[in-house]
Design a protein. Structure first.
Length: 93
Protein backbone atom coordinates (compact mmCIF):
# COMPACT_ATOMS: atom_id res chain seq x y z
CA UNK A 1 0.00 0.00 0.00
CA UNK A 2 1.27 3.45 -0.86
CA UNK A 3 1.65 6.38 1.54
CA UNK A 4 -0.85 8.51 -0.36
CA UNK A 5 -3.57 5.86 0.07
CA UNK A 6 -3.11 5.96 3.85
CA UNK A 7 -2.99 9.77 3.81
CA UNK A 8 -6.30 10.00 1.91
CA UNK A 9 -7.90 7.52 4.32
CA UNK A 10 -6.71 9.64 7.26
CA UNK A 11 -8.21 12.82 5.75
CA UNK A 12 -11.50 11.00 5.06
CA UNK A 13 -11.78 9.65 8.62
CA UNK A 14 -10.95 13.04 10.15
CA UNK A 15 -13.67 14.65 8.01
CA UNK A 16 -16.14 11.93 9.10
CA UNK A 17 -15.42 12.90 12.70
CA UNK A 18 -16.17 16.55 11.98
CA UNK A 19 -12.57 17.71 11.73
CA UNK A 20 -10.05 18.88 9.18
CA UNK A 21 -6.73 17.34 8.12
CA UNK A 22 -4.66 20.03 6.47
CA UNK A 23 -1.79 19.00 4.23
CA UNK A 24 1.10 20.69 6.00
CA UNK A 25 3.87 22.15 3.85
CA UNK A 26 6.34 24.29 5.74
CA UNK A 27 8.38 26.14 3.17
CA UNK A 28 12.02 26.38 4.23
CA UNK A 29 11.66 23.95 7.13
CA UNK A 30 12.20 20.30 6.19
CA UNK A 31 11.09 17.35 8.26
CA UNK A 32 7.74 18.77 9.39
CA UNK A 33 4.87 16.20 9.65
CA UNK A 34 2.59 15.70 6.62
CA UNK A 35 -0.76 16.56 8.22
CA UNK A 36 -2.12 18.95 10.80
CA UNK A 37 -5.23 17.29 12.25
CA UNK A 38 -7.89 19.46 13.89
CA UNK A 39 -10.78 17.72 15.65
CA UNK A 40 -13.83 19.08 17.50
CA UNK A 41 -13.19 20.14 21.07
CA UNK A 42 -9.95 21.98 20.26
CA UNK A 43 -8.03 18.74 19.66
CA UNK A 44 -4.86 19.17 17.60
CA UNK A 45 -2.22 16.67 16.44
CA UNK A 46 0.45 16.37 13.79
CA UNK A 47 0.67 13.17 11.73
CA UNK A 48 3.61 11.95 9.66
CA UNK A 49 2.31 9.41 7.13
CA UNK A 50 4.55 6.60 5.91
CA UNK A 51 4.16 3.57 3.68
CA UNK A 52 3.75 0.33 5.67
CA UNK A 53 6.93 -0.57 7.51
CA UNK A 54 8.65 2.76 6.79
CA UNK A 55 10.04 4.85 9.65
CA UNK A 56 10.75 8.53 10.18
CA UNK A 57 14.06 9.91 8.97
CA UNK A 58 16.40 11.44 11.59
CA UNK A 59 15.34 15.00 10.72
CA UNK A 60 11.67 14.03 11.04
CA UNK A 61 12.36 12.53 14.45
CA UNK A 62 14.06 15.74 15.51
CA UNK A 63 11.09 17.86 14.33
CA UNK A 64 8.77 15.47 16.19
CA UNK A 65 10.66 16.06 19.44
CA UNK A 66 10.67 19.84 18.87
CA UNK A 67 6.90 19.91 18.34
CA UNK A 68 6.24 17.64 21.32
CA UNK A 69 8.33 19.89 23.60
CA UNK A 70 5.83 22.63 22.74
CA UNK A 71 3.04 20.37 23.97
CA UNK A 72 1.57 19.10 20.69
CA UNK A 73 1.24 15.37 19.96
CA UNK A 74 2.97 13.96 16.87
CA UNK A 75 2.14 10.54 15.45
CA UNK A 76 3.71 8.35 12.80
CA UNK A 77 1.04 6.49 10.79
CA UNK A 78 1.93 3.59 8.49
CA UNK A 79 -1.38 1.72 8.13
CA UNK A 80 -5.10 2.33 7.66
CA UNK A 81 -5.71 0.37 10.86
CA UNK A 82 -3.68 2.90 12.83
CA UNK A 83 -5.97 5.78 11.86
CA UNK A 84 -8.74 4.89 14.31
CA UNK A 85 -6.24 4.31 17.12
CA UNK A 86 -4.59 7.70 16.60
CA UNK A 87 -7.82 9.67 16.22
CA UNK A 88 -9.40 7.98 19.25
CA UNK A 89 -6.34 8.94 21.31
CA UNK A 90 -6.39 12.54 20.09
CA UNK A 91 -10.10 12.89 20.86
CA UNK A 92 -9.64 11.36 24.32
CA UNK A 93 -6.89 13.81 25.28
Amino acid sequence: MRENVIERALAFEVKKRGGMAFKFNSMGCNGVPDRLVLLPGSRIAFVEVKAPGEVMRPLQKRRKRQIEVLGFPVYCLDSKEGIRVILDEVQAS
